[in-house]
Design a protein. Sequence first.
Length: 123
Amino acid sequence: MRIIIAWLLSFPVISLAQQIAFQEYAVSEPGVSSLYAVAVGPDSALWATDPSNGHINRVTTAGEVSSYSAAYCSPPFGCGLFGITGGPDGAVWFTNWHLGLIGRMTTDGVITAEYHVPGDGAP
């Protein structure tokens, strides 16, 4: 990685600021959330699980932020949201290790299916 960066910076017309741009978006109040997994959804938005409050957050490329409740919280274990991914069916799929389930959410934030893992599984 250092070789590539050094090579790119060796061009006098390209500055580091021109090569890298970041944008931050707040998805909740500071100190309230603990985002865990992030994935690109089928709608090209970023989707993130928040195990501290049981929400799944969506951030569009335009910076619009949405938050959807996806878990029943059970202190002191939190809400159990863990992994997330965009599915080939146009939905977002997520896991909840605390409840032992895999869930399906539409890009509008509606949970359409929950599948419980047999036994004591924690996906």
